[in-house]
Write a new protein. Structure first.
Length: 100
């Protein structure tokens, strides 16, 4: 726990230094830079915590897939029409085109 606190303090110190340099190394604003660095690092740590707690979606496998319902289609709906296989070769319409 103490090592983690020291590590956080080192990160805050480094970030505060970067902010100080970015602002042209002004004198007397060390507390402002330290607080800004602290807020940035705390926000990043919180975001990382949230991402770690969020469960990741796993890939579906063949055993995870539930069988489809065998409910009867409603009258007039296109649910009962299969579009995955072509009609038998001998069935053609009057114009010679195959039915779909």
């Amino acid at each position: 726990m103490e090592a983690e606190m020291a590590s956080n303090e080192d990160r805050i110190r480094q970030r505060a230094y970067e902010i100080w340099e970015r602002e042209g190394r002004p004198h007397g604003e060390d507390m402002k830079h330290w607080l800004e660095a602290f807020q940035e690092i705390a926000a990043k740590a919180e975001a990382d915590d949230q991402a770690a707690k969020k469960p990741r979606a796993k890939k579906a496998t063949a055993t995870d897939v539930a069988p489809k319902s065998r409910a009867k289609p409603k009258a007039g709906s296109a649910q009962g029409v299969s579009t995955t296989s072509p009609p038998p070769a001998g069935q053609r319409t009057a114009r010679g085109a195959t039915r779909h």
